[in-house]
Write a new protein. Structure first.
Length: 288
C-alpha cells in the first residue's frame, strides 16, 4: 500500500471509490465511467502538485513521491497530461459538456494553489504569495475541491437535487478536512521550510487534534441529518463505518500509538477507498 501511494496510485482510488458510491446510491446501479474519469483527474491534478515540489526541498525534507518524480519528471508530466485528456474525453462522451467543464476546474485549482498569484505588500515592496501560504487555507481549499468532485458525480449522471449535493458534498468536505489536517502532521518540518502554515503548525498538536475530533463528530452528525431530511438515501448510513475508521486513526494519532508519518502517508487516505465496500457490504447484508 505504501508503494502504491508513492507511485501516485492511491489518490485515484480515493477519488474513484466515493464517486462510484454516489453513482450507486443515486442511480441504483454501479456505473464505473464517472469513477474512472474522477480517478484520472485526481491522478493528473495531484501530479501537478507533486511535480511543483521537485527540487524545491533539500533531499532530507523532500517527500518520497517527489524523489521518485525527480528522476522521470518529463515522462510523468506526459502521463499526467494524457490522463487528464482521457478524463475529459470520458466525461464528454458519457455525460456531456457540464461534466467536462467541472473537470476543467481541478488542474486549474492546483496550479493556482501552487503558483504565487496573491499580491502582497511587505516592507514597501510588492510581491506575490501562493494560496497555500495563507494560514489554515490548505485544508479548507483541498476539502472544497474534493466536495466539488462529489458534485461532479451527480452532474455526470444528470441527477442530483439541492439536498443531494448538500448532503454528499458536505459529508465529503468535512471528512476531507479532517483527513487533510491529519496528514499534515507527517509534513511539519517540510511545510515549515516551504512556508505553508498548516493548522498543526499554527495551532499546535493538542488543539489541532481537539479540533479534528470535533469536526469528525460533525461529519457523522451531518450524515445523520442529511438522511433524516431525505437529502440522502437510507443506505448512505453505511458510510458511518468510515467515520469509525477515522475516529480510530485520530485516537491513535493523538495518543502516540500510531506513527503519524506512515499513517499520514497511506492509511488516512484509505478511509475514502472504504466508501464503496462499506455500501456494498451493507447492501448484501440487507438482502439476506
Amino acid at each position: 500500500m505504501l508503494k502504491t501511494a508513492r507511485l501516485g496510485l492511491l489518490l485515484p482510488l480515493v477519488a474513484a471509490s466515493p464517486v462510484a458510491t454516489v453513482s450507486l446510491l443515486v442511480t441504483g446501479r454501479l456505473t464505473l465511467w464517472a469513477a474512472f474519469a474522477a480517478a484520472l483527474c485526481a491522478y493528473s491534478s495531484y501530479l501537478i502538485d507533486h511535480l511543483s515540489e521537485v527540487d524545491t526541498c533539500e533531499d532530507g525534507l523532500a517527500s518520497d513521491r517527489s524523489k521518485l518524480l525527480a528522476a522521470s519528471r518529463h515522462r510523468a508530466a506526459g502521463f499526467g497530461a494524457a490522463a487528464y485528456l482521457l478524463a475529459l474525453g470520458i466525461a464528454g462522451w458519457q455525460s456531456g459538456l457540464s461534466a467536462m467543464l467541472m473537470l476543467l476546474s481541478f488542474p486549474l485549482a492546483v496550479v493556482i494553489y501552487c503558483v504565487p498569484v496573491i499580491p502582497r505588500r511587505t516592507v514597501g515592496k510588492w510581491s506575490a504569495i501562493r494560496l497555500k501560504e495563507i494560514p489554515g487555507l490548505k485544508a479548507v481549499y483541498t476539502a472544497a475541491f474534493w466536495a466539488w468532485l462529489i458534485s461532479f458525480a451527480l452532474v455526470f449522471h444528470h441527477t442530483g437535487s439541492w439536498g443531494e449535493h448538500a448532503g454528499f458534498a458536505g459529508f465529503m468536505f468535512l471528512a476531507i478536512f479532517v483527513n487533510t489536517v491529519f496528514c499534515d502532521f507527517k509534513d511539519l518540518e517540510r511545510d515549515q521550510v516551504d512556508g505553508v502554515p498548516t493548522l498543526p503548525l499554527a495551532l499546535g498538536t493538542g488543539p489541532t487534534f481537539r479540533l479534528l475530533q470535533g469536526v469528525s463528530l460533525a461529519t457523522a452528525l451531518w450524515l445523520v441529518l442529511s438522511i433524516a431530511l431525505n437529502w440522502l438515501p437510507t443506505p448512505a448510513a453505511a458510510l458511518h463505518s468510515t467515520r469509525v475508521y477515522a475516529t480510530y486513526l485520530l485516537q491513535g494519532g493523538k495518543s502516540g500509538q500510531i506513527d503519524l508519518g506512515h499513517i499520514g502517508e497511506v492509511w488516512a487516505d484509505f478511509e475514502f477507498v472504504l466508501w464503496l465496500p462499506s455500501v456494498l457490504v451493507a447492501a448484501a447484508l440487507s438482502a439476506l
